[in-house]
Design a protein around this ligand. Structure first.
Ligand SMILES: [Zn+2]
Length: 427
């Protein structure tokens, strides 16, 4: 069997196997949540009303059903791009129009992003204006939604095109081996530097394009939060309130930046729902992520994974079967680097899905550690109360399917987190 046919087969088998696993998990989740819809779990009987519990169940089931549709649709689109020849046709059309050069390669990436974005548009609209709307979460008008879309496309083009052009140039200018002078090693370093830069400029330059950030004015809360941060050994450049209510009723808080430039951002929706003690507990949880070096570990992990990814791409991009096996005949008279990038980005998730439970597991472990830190620094009672409000507010189900949780959940379900806090406090 040729390498090309072998890749086609392996790709198709992985795609179908992944789909079967995801469909099976989603149907388990839907059945499990529906089965527990009629009664609030005993542990929450005093704190959660039946109406809230049922709303969470219905919201979860609605999202899971829609997720199934999107899954099937996404697989069809992926097949369309690859084995059915969509990417090949797009590449050929641009080659005959622009000839083969940097311009054609950039046009291919831009056209792919544009078409992909348009294909995903109806689903995104449905999610916001039908599902989120029905459960009372959506606060966006169509005008704001469209303005967001235009802004993110523009920001994506302004930031994305130069970095992609640089990587394409490196791919053309440097060899793929030996590794110490290879394009993929240099491109990896460039890509990592770009990601770090993005982490620094995002809070100050990009996020304000979408939201307003005001300094936290409530003096009592400001003093409380500052005291907590000093006690935990943190310095922050500022405490900000973000107008999250402009788009959604979902509440959140986060911590961004590096070194002395760290800033704390509270959604206005969070401050309106939590008591000062509960805000403290949520912030202490975020500080816990820093204390346990979760952020640094995550970044280091991303560095290592991308290095492996770039090395693999460096090798694959020189094999003809990598292109032909995924439905594209490379044009040997022109550089195929943009094609290689696209095929890699399309095919990688088909295989990486099988390791994603490991990352979810690690993430849940980090959440438990951050919770334990928050309990030690503030009050377990405040943290449980805050989490319960947030789970209820986001209509997260209290009765997810345990296997679905293992596979997908980056945050442990409320029942596990609260139970852990109670046993943690008494131990
Ligand atoms: Zn967390």
């Amino acid at each position: 069997m040729s390498s090309s046919l072998l890749l086609t087969l392996v790709f198709a088998v992985a795609l179908v196997a992944g789909l079967l696993v995801k469909f099976w998990l989603a149907s388990r989740q839907i059945r499990h949540v529906a089965r527990h819809r009629d009664s609030v779990p005993v542990a929450f009987a005093k704190t959660v009303t039946l109406a809230a519990h049922q709303k969470a169940a219905d919201y979860t089931v609605t999202k899971a059903r829609f997720g199934l549709l999107e899954l099937a649709f996404g697989a069809a689109v992926l097949l369309g791009w690859t084995l059915l020849g969509g990417l090949h046709a797009l590449n050929q059309a641009l080659l005959s129009w622009l000839g083969g050069g940097m311009l054609q390669q950039l046009a291919l990436l831009a056209a792919f992003a544009l078409i992909g974005g348009l294909i995903d548009l109806p689903g995104a609209l449905y999610q916001t204006f039908v599902i989120e709307q029905r459960y009372g979460f959506n606060k966006m008008t169509l005008g704001l939604w469209l303005a967001d879309l235009a802004k993110s496309a523009l920001v994506g083009a302004v930031i994305g095109l130069p970095i992609v052009a640089l990587i394409l140039w490196l791919m053309g200018a440097l060899p793929s081996s030996p590794w110490w002078t290879s394009w993929w090693l240099v491109a990896w370093a460039v890509w990592m530097g770009f990601n770090l830069l993005l982490l620094v400029i995002y809070p100050t330059f990009i996020a304000p394009l979408f939201n307003k950030f005001k300094p936290l004015e409530d003096e009592t809360l400001r003093n409380r939060v500052t005291t907590l941060m000093q006690r935990c050994g943190f310095a922050a450049k500022g405490l900000f309130v973000m107008d999250g209510s402009k788009r959604s009723a979902h509440a959140n808080a986060y911590f961004t930046g590096f070194g002395a430039a760290k800033r704390v951002v509270f959604y206005d929706t969070l401050l309106s729902k939590l008591s000062p003690g509960e805000v403290d507990a949520v912030l202490a949880h975020e500080l816990g992520h820093f204390k346990h070096k979760h952020i640094i570990k995550r970044i280091a992990g991303m560095f290592a994974l991308s290095l492996a990814g770039f090395a693999l791409l460096g090798w694959l991009s020189t094999r003809v079967w990598f292109y032909t096996g995924l439905g594209v005949s490379p044009n040997m008279a022109a550089p195929n680097d943009a094609l290689a990038l696209l095929l890699f980005v399309l095919a990688a998730p088909v295989f990486s899905i099988f390791v994603s439970p490991l990352f979810a597991q690690l993430s849940r472990k980090h959440e438990f550690e951050a919770d334990a830190y928050a309990v030690a620094q503030t009050s377990g009672q405040d943290l449980s109360a805050a989490l319960l409000k947030l789970y209820e507010d986001n209509a997260s189900t209290l009765t997810p399917d345990p296997l679905f949780v293992k596979f997908y959940y980056s945050h442990p379900p409320a029942s596990e987190r609260l139970a852990r806090m109670i046993t943690g406090a008494s131990a």
